[in-house]
Design a protein around this ligand. Structure first.
Ligand code: GRG
Length: 281
């Protein structure tokens, strides 16, 4: 569990959760807590950590021989390569259950903003659960496995969007929603940050396909990318490299549009959206 959790990673989901929290926590609340980051984020940090635990679980399981069978993750040998498949499955399972324990046990309920504080935490935990199951990561993974079994020309752009809305956007969505809920946001504002997160989740995957294509070309000194050598449907295959770049930008612009009624308090989330399509890994 520690090996994979502390192997590196960009921490996008926990950071998105903290930035979403910052957007709703009132300026007055913030001033009172300016003295330490620990104090400032005490209502939300346990949830941010549990998001990274869930994400790490999904990476460990995704890399297993029965799934993607990958040997390297975050620049290091994958969990099953180091500890064996049996222990890797258990490490993932334990990260998943501990994530819920962590969020419940370490969130000081009085520090949550807004009305109905305990209900807000229960809402967050319910949403975390939903993001992992059949309408979240696991559902997206099943559809991905099904599509991998088909010739790439039979996979449509709608199939790809469905996969990535569940495999990638679901966790970003609960990250932004839970930060907002713990920061005291109204239901309608939570819905706005969720739409923002869905769009950056899709943009994330389009950017991933672009990176895969351009990195493989550079590594091989060829013009063909990895997706052209492996029969796998990707955004680059379906839209072309320029089309995929335009799609990533369109999604990012639409995501930022969802935050148009906020000022500088939403700059953190806007920066995450820009980072997602400009990152190099
Ligand atoms: C076991 C119930 C259960 C669910 C898991 C294996 C699985 C089902 C789902 C796979 C989910 C998955 C691995 C999606 C890919 C998400 C993704 C974009 C990963 C890369 O994220 P980064 O770039 O990684 O943020 P770092 O390493 O930076 O954290």
């Amino acid at each position: 569990m520690y090996y994979s959790l502390l192997a590196g990673g960009k921490r996008i989901r926990p950071v998105a959760c903290l930035l979403s929290y910052d957007m709703f926590k009132t300026k007055q609340d913030r001033k009172q807590e300016e003295d330490s980051l620990e104090e400032r984020y005490k209502a939300v940090m346990p949830t941010a950590v549990s998001l990274e635990m869930i994400h790490t679980m999904s990476l460990i399981h995704d890399d297993l021989p029965s799934m993607d069978d990958d040997d390297l993750r975050r620049g290091k040998p994958t969990c099953h390569v180091v500890y064996g498949e049996d222990v890797a499955i258990l490490a993932g399972d334990s990260l998943l259950s501990s994530a819920f324990e962590y969020a419940i046990k370490y969130t000081p309920i009085p520090s949550i903003s807004g009305e109905n504080k305990a209900e807000r935490l229960l809402d967050v935990v319910g949403r975390l659960g939903a993001s992992v199951g059949n309408i979240g990561l696991a559902g997206g993974q099943v559809m991905d496995l099904e599509c991998e079994g088909k010739p790439s020309e039979e996979v449509t752009i709608e199939d790809l969007r469905w996969i990535h809305l569940h495999k990638t956007a679901a966790l970003l969505k609960v990250a932004c929603a839970s930060g907002a809920i713990l920061g005291g946001a109204s239901e309608s504002d939570v819905a706005k940050v969720e739409t923002f997160a869905e769009k950056i989740g899709l943009a994330f995957q389009v950017a991933d396909d672009i990176l895969d294509c351009t990195a493989s070309s550079e590594e091989l000194g060829k013009t063909a990318g990895k997706d052209e050598m492996v029969d796998k449907a990707t955004y680059v295959r379906l839209l072309g490299l320029e089309g995929a770049k335009a799609e990533a930008q369109r999604l990012t612009d639409e995501a930022k549009e969802c935050l148009s009624e906020w000022g500088e308090e939403a700059d953190g989330l806007r920066a995450i959206a820009d980072f997602i399509i400009s990152r190099s890994n």
